[in-house]
Design a protein around this ligand. Structure first.
Ligand code: UTP
Length: 473
């Protein structure tokens, strides 16, 4: 160990990061080993380039957005002909699903800082009555689809070092909610640095390392050998979604059909942006390529621009639901990964003081580095964006209170369940916003979309009267 330790320490010295080993002399053998292993996993040359670009340059030149245009998208069907066309596409998607060509991929490696997570976000109780976790909701949607399409899906869950063991434990305790083919893969980590670019220590023998963003997801699929395993099983499409949105269709035959029909590399769901300042990224195009432009980067004149009919011009909000073709992910691993930028976010990072004692700063003291999955989009030669109804697609849990919180997510679920019941002719009171005055819940195992709900409800021999606490399964 001595020689390797010497070399590693010298390298850190060359890059001005020698403080990482400040307490080396008083560390135990075990602690030294741990620190050394962590230190060796860091590519210092790469890190210093990223620090340089993030601290001293803008990730994207503001000029870039000058001539950005709204992206084209496939609108929701609004005529009988549209619906017929849509049904054909659904059929195509269903065939592909039945043939076992689609795997499911949930990215759950984030930290859920805004929600104040001390547990993996996917384990957060989310449904109105049964308080099912986000993971259970997805599992039940997947099991319902397995039953419907008489197939078994491979479900891959991306974790990070910071929540991997707890996530696996949670699934273990719950018998994986009945899912047979479940896989957990870990994403990469990046050290956090202070505002001078110095690596932050979490303790005397531990560098503060954080997950490298959802942009690390595709690389993780490839690097862990998961992609090869899926490919060897005949899978050619990956259905990607974020852990924070219980309204997502984990298995979406229409989206799969569109992807297949267009031989797309990436096909994404979008919902209409609600108001100009809404904090969502929007799909845009420039020089024939698709981009997601973050709300903070979209020039104000673009955010405010309206069409002739008074709608927002840049209206296609990204909701983090995408299909990726396997060959695209392979290409990503080989050539694209190193091209996509790291974004810095200022964070309050627990660290140590000069004496090596724990220090919890009361304001931001450094930055973490993340890649964004959508920075891969311009590298695809065929991207498709498909509109969907927000009320049946997207209600993320991001914040502890206010917008996109557990409270709004519960209300969105209640509204959706009440809407299905009303469409089915059931008697349920709702206010002007479609919200029932009491809690109800529909299990994804009964139905996870309106069409299936109407069919199942009509086929019930005895339909329950809808009142407070009604759970339909
Ligand atoms: P967010 O950008 O909302 O981040 O992630 P977050 O970590 O969940 O929450 P904050 O920002 O700390 O409050 C969107 C999705 O991407 C995943 C998250 O788990 C979530 O599903 N993600 C994010 C990863 O898988 N890895 C990451 O490094 C970051």
């Amino acid at each position: 160990m001595d020689n390797t330790a010497k070399e590693t320490r010298m390298r850190f010295c060359e890059y001005g990061q020698e403080h990482v080993f400040k307490f080396w002399e008083i560390l135990s053998e075990d602690s030294r080993l741990r620190l050394l292993q962590q230190a060796k996993s860091i590519d210092l040359e790469y890190l210093s380039k990223i620090i340089q670009s993030v601290l001293h340059e803008r990730v994207v030149d503001p000029q870039f957005y000058k001539d950005i245009q709204p992206a084209n998208f496939i609108k929701r069907p609004n005529s009988a002909t549209d619906q017929l066309r849509c049904n054909e596409i659904i059929q195509l998607g269903e065939e592909k699903i039945r043939d076992g060509k689609v795997a499911i991929f949930t990215v759950a490696g984030g930290q859920g800082t805004r929600l104040g997570c001390v547990i993996p976000k996917g384990t957060t109780p989310i449904t109105p009555i049964k308080k099912k976790s986000l993971f259970q909701v997805f599992a039940e949607k997947i099991r319902a689809a397995e039953k419907k399409y008489e197939c078994q899906f491979h479900w891959v869950i991306l974790t990070s070092d910071r929540n991997h063991n707890e996530t696996i434990e949670f699934f273990g305790k719950n018998d994986s909610f009945g899912i047979e083919n479940i896989h957990f893969i870990k994403q990469g980590l990046m050290p956090a640095v202070d505002f001078d670019g110095k690596i932050l220590m979490e303790s005397r023998d531990r560098i503060a390392m954080y997950p490298n963003g959802h942009g690390g997801a595709l690389k993780a699929l490839e690097q862990t050998g998961m992609l090869t395993m899926l490919k060897n099983r005949g899978i050619d499409t990956i259905s990607y979604f974020q852990v924070d949105n219980p309204l997502v269709k984990c298995v979406d035959p229409y989206l799969v059909g569109v992807h297949e029909k267009n031989k797309a590399q990436i096909t994404s769901r979008m919902v209409k942006k609600l108001y100009p300042e809404e904090k969502v990224g929007v799909f845009c195009k420039k020089d024939g390529q698709l981009y997601v432009v973050e709300y903070s980067d979209l020039p104000r004149e673009c955010a405010m621009a309206k069409t002739e009919t008074g709608d927002l011009k840049f209206c296609a909000a990204n909701v983090g639901i995408h299909l990726f073709s396997v060959p695209f992910i392979e290409k990503f691993g080989v050539t694209i990964q190193s091209e996509i930028p790291y974004h810095a976010s200022k964070k309050t990072i627990p660290t140590i003081d000069n004496l090596g004692e724990p220090l919890m700063p009361d304001s931001t003291n450094g930055i973490t580095f993340e890649m964004f999955i959508f920075d891969a989009f311009p590298f695809a030669t065929k991207n498709i964006v498909v509109e969907s109804k927000r009320s049946e697609t997207f209600s993320p849990v991001k914040n502890a209170d206010g917008l996109d919180s557990p409270k709004t997510c519960k209300q969105d679920q209640l509204r959706l369940f009440a809407h299905w019941l009303l469409q089915a002719g059931a008697d349920i009171p709702t206010d002007a916003n479609g919200l029932p005055p009491f809690d109800i819940e529909i299990s994804p195992m009964f139905a996870d979309n309106e069409k299936d709900f109407l069919k199942k409800w009509a086929a019930l021999e005895a339909r329950p009267a809808i009142g407070p606490g009604q759970y339909i399964e």
